[in-house]
Design a protein around this ligand. Structure first.
Ligand SMILES: Nc1ncnc2c1ncn2[C@@H]1O[C@H](COP(=O)(O)OP(=O)(O)OP(=O)(O)O)[C@@H](O)[C@H]1O
Length: 238
């Protein structure tokens, strides 16, 4: 469904991704792990068209996304739930969610999608009139996820959803990810918590220094070996 082909990308003169290739299959959950600074967020940004490739290509259903604007990529059904939640702090929970329905193609179904988001996150329904800036970290993560789902995505990129959250909240977040997976969505999950991520994964990539260091079906992953490679990458400086 989504193919990253020998991608080279970075920020200005600084290159981060080095001829990186990976494949995201429809209906699967692809987990990307790797130490801090390996380039995981940069990869998601490149998929969203937020940074441009200097070499290589990204193809969505066979069609290149090069030179396509981020809103076109969203229109084609790819959305990103960013690291650090990034909610609009002064806006209510509901207004934050409705921002997800801003793209024209999502407006018609907004009411129904909002009801579905509240069904998924009953806590957000209780707090719909509360300013998002006053939410707990877990609730803000739910808003960020709900806002993304308002965009009727086919491919959901989720960047470190468990970061800084209490274990009981992480349980809740992974319960939702498992539900999205059961619904047949295509998910790309960047996550440091390998135990939890593996529980929902179909395929696992380990990134190191802007490259793929390991690519395996989740069923074949040996957690000890994955951790060894992970810590070796970390020790080598991402
Ligand atoms: N806007 C930017 N300008 C310049 N360099 C950047 C920018 N954003 C990130 N970087 C650099 O790109 C490299 C990869 O960062 P990135 O956030 O993609 O890594 P990551 O694997 O997602 O790490 P983490 O797990 O800490 O989020 C890092 O060295 C980072 O400092």
């Amino acid at each position: 469904m989504l193919e990253v082909d020998k991608l080279r990308a970075g920020y200005g003169a600084i290159n981060i991704l080095w001829d990186l290739s990976l494949t995201i299959r429809e209906g699967q959950t692809t987990v990307i792990v790797g130490p801090n600074g390996a380039g995981k967020t940069t990869l998601l940004r490149a998929i969203m068209g937020l940074i441009k490739a200097s070499r290589g290509d990204i193809r969505l259903n066979g069609r290149t996304t090069a030179n396509r604007a981020t809103w076109d990529i969203v229109h084609d059904g790819v959305i990103m739930i960013p690291e650090g939640r990034l909610v609009f702090r002064d806006m209510t929970v509901e207004d934050n969610l409705m921002m997800g329905a801003f793209p024209r193609h999502c407006r018609k179904g907004a009411k129904q999608n909002l009801a579905q988001v509240y069904d998924l996150f009953p806590r957000l329904a209780e707090r719909r009139h509360q300013a998002a800036g006053s939410l707990s970290g877990g609730e803000a993560q739910m808003v960020a996820m709900g806002r993304g789902l308002m965009e009727e995505p086919k491919v959901v990129l989720i960047d470190e959803p468990s970061l800084g959250l209490a274990p009981v909240v992480v349980d809740e977040i992974f319960r939702i990810i498992a539900r999205l997976k059961r619904e047949g969505r295509t998910i790309v999950l960047v996550e440091q918590n390998t135990h939890r991520a593996l529980a929902v994964a179909d395929h696992v990539y380990l990134m190191r220094s802007g490259q793929v260091a390991l690519s395996e079906p989740a069923s074949a992953v040996n957690l000890d070996r994955l951790h060894d490679l992970y810590f070796a990458a970390e020790a080598a400086g991402a």
